[in-house]
Design a protein around this ligand. Structure first.
Ligand code: GDP
Length: 396
């Protein structure tokens, strides 16, 4: 009997201890786990929500830019940390701002040309040196010959040549070759309430994904809303890279969690979500695997066809690395055969003195250079302005 009594007392004591421990346990340990941010919304394709910026976007009429956190508000337990959105500068005036970088890389061949043209006597040997300098700047043989022929005639007519005249002569020739009055504006001023669609194509390593991110930023800086489609599904790093770019400026990124997923289905989903979200522009990054022309053609052709089931593609921007010279021109030729390129983005112009590639590639494709990359910084992408470029070339 006394054994039973002892057992009852022990069980009672254990229950009291266990109950006290339960009551004293930290509250947080009993709370349900917070939902993971960016959870899947669709089946095959996962879409990642923009950081909590949608409310701000709706309120600001698509401005995109100001921070979405409420100043001074305490962090809410269980919520993902608030993201402070960046406010990129507008696209206007960027090339002038980056002019020094351009002058540093390009003025070498400009000053050589100015020096040669300023010589007292311009004999055949000097003209040959002028020709060599232009060719060395990747200008291409035909434009070089045209420039030299024009200059020879004008110099003869002019008679005397001071530094100012020489500079003006050369400026006119270079601008004539680049095309000063062509329309270089991106076709993103959409009609009605549909988003404009921009397809980015180019070989891996040219800076295509970076350019998608920079372009999204610059559009946000101009007050547009953007959705990014990560259709370069063969490189997980490219998808993550795009995600980071988007998150910084509140642009939603549509991606697939599966490496090697069908790029066309991601592109389709991106356009569908872009329409549903009512964004201004959908930018789609594509895979740049130049395996075979047929493979590339199949892949890009399918992506474009699938997008066009919903909306027309307004811009096909070919991203080319300015430092690759003739190789870049070869890539341009292949891509132009596969898709209707409507504009060229020339990246890494800060890293080469061969700015003549602008003239060569425009001639090759018959489409204008619309944007230039002038560095690795997030805002180092500028709408191409021929006059600013030529001034930088001749600034030496
Ligand atoms: P992708 O493979 O074509 O998507 O190339 P990425 O976007 O990953 O870029 C490749 C590298 O080029 C990265 O290190 C970029 O920072 C760099 N890059 C891109 N654009 C520019 C540019 O205009 N100037 C410089 N200097 N580097 C650039």
């Amino acid at each position: 009997m006394s054994a039973y009594l002892i057992l009852i007392i022990v069980i009672g004591a254990l229950l009291v201890v266990a109950g006290g421990a339960f009551l004293l346990a930290p509250r947080a340990r009993r709370r349900p786990r917070a939902a993971k941010p960016g959870a899947a919304r669709t089946g095959a394709t996962q879409t990642t929500e923009a950081p909590p910026g949608e409310a701000q976007r709706a309120g600001a009429g698509g401005g995109g830019g100001a921070a979405t956190t409420v100043p001074g508000a305490p962090p809410v337990e269980g919520m993902p940390p608030a993201v402070v959105l960046e406010k990129p500068p507008p696209s206007a005036g960027r090339m002038v701002r980056l002019r020094a970088r351009l002058a540093r890389s390009q003025s070498g061949f400009g000053s050589v040309l100015l020096g040669l043209l300023a010589r007292d006597t311009l004999d055949d040997a000097v003209w040959e040196q002028i020709e060599d300098t232009l060719i060395a700047a990747d200008m291409g043989i035909t434009p070089t010959r045209q420039i030299v022929d024009e200059l020879r005639t004008k110099v003869k007519v002019l008679g005397t040549r001071g530094p100012h005249e020489v500079r003006e002569l050369l400026k006119a020739e270079l601008l004539g070759q680049i095309g000063a009055d062509g329309d270089r504006a991106l076709r993103i001023a959409h009609s009605g309430d549909r988003p404009a669609v921009v397809l980015m194509v180019g070989v891996n390593g040219t800076g295509k994904t970076t350019t998608c991110g920079k372009l999204a930023r610059s559009m946000v800086g101009d007050g547009r809303t953007v959705l990014l489609g990560a259709a370069d599904t063969f490189r997980a790093a490219a998808v993550d890279q795009l995600q980071t770019w988007g998150a910084r400026v509140g642009a939603r990124v549509v991606r697939s969690e599966r490496e090697g997923a069908d790029p066309a289905s991601v592109a389709f989903q991106a356009v569908r979500d872009g329409i549903a979200d009512g964004v201004d522009v959908v930018i789609i990054d594509t895979a740049g695997r130049l395996h075979t022309k047929t493979g590339l053609m199949d892949e890009l052709g399918k992506v474009k066809r699938v997008i066009e089931k919903q909306l027309p593609v307004d811009e096909v921007l070919l991203v080319l690395d300015a430092t690759t010279g003739q190789n870049g021109l070869r890539q341009a030729r292949v891509f132009a055969e596969v898709v209707d390129v409507t504009g060229i983005v020339l990246t890494k112009l800060d890293g080469t003195a061969k700015g003549g590639i602008i003239i060569a590639v425009q001639r090759e494709l018959g489409v204008p250079v619309k944007l230039v990359g002038l560095g690795e910084g997030p805002d180092d992408l500028a709408p191409f302005e021929p006059e600013t470029f030529v001034d930088a070339v001749l600034s030496g």
